[in-house]
Design a binder for this molecule. Structure first.
Ligand code: ADP
Length: 371
């Protein structure tokens, strides 16, 4: 005989569980639903329905892409349909999309999560959307501000160069034409002025280079990295001769990226590896690289002065220098530029180093499609 109290108890527990589940389902800030693998909407939570001012009867049983939220454009509907097909094959799909609400549109971060049974079959798809309009607006404002700042830096640097050239050339002319009339002190002052003007020119050029990163319309192309480095190394010929230095280049992976910035990146890192050396030492620089599943990774290794761990992150900021210009010349813009280039390529840059022993500068370039 079946114990009726047990059945009642279990039914009650099921009901309570159902109520709790429904409570959570309807009260989250997210839009959540259930789809059958063919895209039919089986359920939508209250948040999603309230957002569009809809009732369950307007929605349930319809193909998801025909539901009001998605009718903002044909393209939005088509993309959703294709993505549901992907999710029905077991793929987790995520993208940002603008959808229709009752009185407005909003951008959501949207997921399609396949739900599998014990044999690995997709039995349902869970669509979930998180409103992120505020984040998108903030991001767009930031991008806009960044563009403005870069334009400003670029224009200001261009305009600053001209008066600087004037100062420099008139000071030089002054020295040449009136040098005989000047005492040593006056000559020293002229020398300081010319020197300051030339340092400022270098700084402006570095700032311009920094501002330009990412603004160029250059295409992403196949870079034969070893061939590129064979062209870069001769640029350091004089310095290598003078310091009795050596650069070893291992077999490097070819990459898809923008040629000019990648060249600049290697040039900066090699330049630093040669510059930040102990006096009278012979620089030994090794460049290696490998292919990861999502990126290409490179390392420029040197046997120079090294860096203390507390500066491992700071050195990638603009104008951050660990030495005076008397110790090592520079503007503190090189690594900031490298950082910007790498970020533009969806990668990371970091350093591992030991003071007095040398540094390993690593960076990655994210793999991407040619378009
Ligand atoms: P700059 O060389 O013009 O000073 P960077 O931005 O290229 O500017 O470098 C920032 C600082 O990081 C440098 O001033 C130096 O102290 C440190 N640094 C960079 N590369 C190396 C290196 N290979 N070895 C040791 N220190 C380095």
């Amino acid at each position: 005989m079946t114990d009726i109290t047990e059945i009642k108890k279990s039914t009650k527990e099921n009901e309570e569980f159902g109520l709790k589940f429904k409570g959570i389902f309807d009260s989250t800030f997210q839009f959540i639903g259930f789809l059958s693998p063919d895209g039919t909407l089986l359920e939508a939570n209250q948040t999603a329905m309230n957002f569009a001012g809809l009732e369950a009867s307007d929605l349930i049983g319809k193909k998801f892409w025909d539901c009001y939220w998605w009718t903002i454009s044909k393209e939005t509907q088509e993309t959703l349909k294709l993505n549901i097909e992907r999710a029905a094959k077991g793929e987790f799909v995520q993208y940002e999309v603008e959808v229709l609400g009752k009185n407005s549109t909003t951008t959501i971060l949207f997921n399609l999560k396949p739900l599998f049974n014990s044999t690995g079959e997709v039995i349902a798809i869970i669509p979930e959307g998180r409103p992120i309009q505020e984040i998108v607006d903030a991001r767009n404002a930031l991008l806009h501000k960044n563009e403005e700042l870069e334009r400003f830096a670029s224009v200001a640097s261009h305009d600053l160069k001209e008066p600087l050239r004037m100062i420099s050339s008139f000071m030089t002319l002054f020295q040449k034409n009136y040098g005989d009339l000047l005492d040593e002190k006056a000559k020293k002052y002229i020398h300081f002025s010319v020197d300051a003007a030339s340092r400022m020119t270098i700084l402006i050029n570095d700032l311009l280079n920094y501002a330009k990163v990412g603004s160029e319309e250059a295409p992403i192309e196949l870079i034969k990295t070893n061939e590129m480095l064979e062209k870069i190394v001769p640029l350091f010929h004089a310095s290598l001769e003078e310091q009795n230095g050596k650069i070893i280049i291992e077999e490097l992976p070819d990459i898809l990226a923008k040629t000019t910035p990648i060249k600049m990146l290697f040039q900066n890192l090699i330049g630093n590896a040669l510059k930040y050396q102990k006096p009278d030492s012979s620089p030994l620089i090794k460049i290696s690289g490998k292919e990861n599943s999502e990126s290409w990774e490179f390392c420029v290794q040197d046997n120079g002065i090294g860096i203390a761990p507390q500066y491992f992150e700071e050195i990638f900021q603009m104008f951050k220098r660990l030495h005076t210009k008397e110790e090592y010349a520079g503007t503190g813009m090189g690594l900031a530029t490298c950082n910007k280039i790498v970020k533009q390529h969806g990668g990371e840059i970091w350093v591992e180093s030991e003071e007095g022993k040398g540094s390993h500068f690593y960076f990655t370039i994210k793999k991407q499609n040619m378009n």
